[in-house]
Design a protein around this ligand. Structure first.
Ligand SMILES: [Mg+2]
Ligand SMILES: [Zn+2]
Length: 190
């Protein structure tokens, strides 16, 4: 009886999440990565994600327009994503799911950031409380995606962040990198 009550409560619980951009956020932005050899994790990524996963479910949400443009194949992107998840697993870090948009702007799809599609999808699939969640990325579209989903955005100056800083249209906390962002997020929940 007690157990089933706990299980029910657990099912009803809503979990806060961190929606991580991939390129320029957890790994270096090496343009259209089609090969696991080109994956370069930032040195601080592992510690930052380990700290964050104590309080948040971790997801990766990435725009991969190189697929639509014919520069990389969908299976290459899947392979790279899989490698990232598996490598993080060896470091004790669990990525609950990875979502990628294969489209370019011309496709006018429903899923490319800044559209909130994948955040809503993750919320539905994994019982995420978006109001207690964060999105972290190095592009203004990451911030806009967070605003569109009711998720707190954090803009990073790593990756392409510095280059696109003057295109940032929405109010957002700005952090140097994922390490600083994790420090800030953890300070808000203590
Ligand atoms: Mg990025
Ligand atoms: Zn899309």
């Amino acid at each position: 009886m007690v157990l089933s009550l706990c299980q029910n409560l657990n099912l009803m619980a809503k979990y806060p999440a961190i929606f991580l951009d991939r390129d320029g956020t957890i790994i270096e932005d090496n343009d259209y990565i089609n090969n696991t050899l080109d994956i370069v994790f930032f040195p601080y990524t592992f510690k930052a994600l380990k700290l964050l996963q104590k309080h948040f479910l971790l997801f990766v949400i990435t725009n991969q327009s190189g697929i639509s443009k014919g520069l990389i194949s969908e299976s290459e992107v899947q392979e790279v994503n899989k490698y990232i998840t598996e490598y993080l697993k060896t470091k004790g870090i669990t990525i609950f799911d990875t979502f990628y948009c294969p489209h370019s702007n011309e496709d006018n799809c429903t899923c490319k950031k800044p559209r909130p599609y994948f955040l809503f999808k993750a919320a539905q699939l994994y019982n995420v409380d978006l109001t207690k969640s964060f999105i972290i990325g190095d592009h203004p579209s990451d911030v806009e995606c967070g605003i569109n989903a009711g998720v707190t955005p954090i803009y990073l100056l790593s990756g392409h962040g510095r280059k696109h800083l003057d295109e940032l249209l929405y109010n957002s906390r700005i952090c140097n990198n994922l390490s600083d962002a994790s420090g800030f997020i953890l300070s808000t929940i203590k």
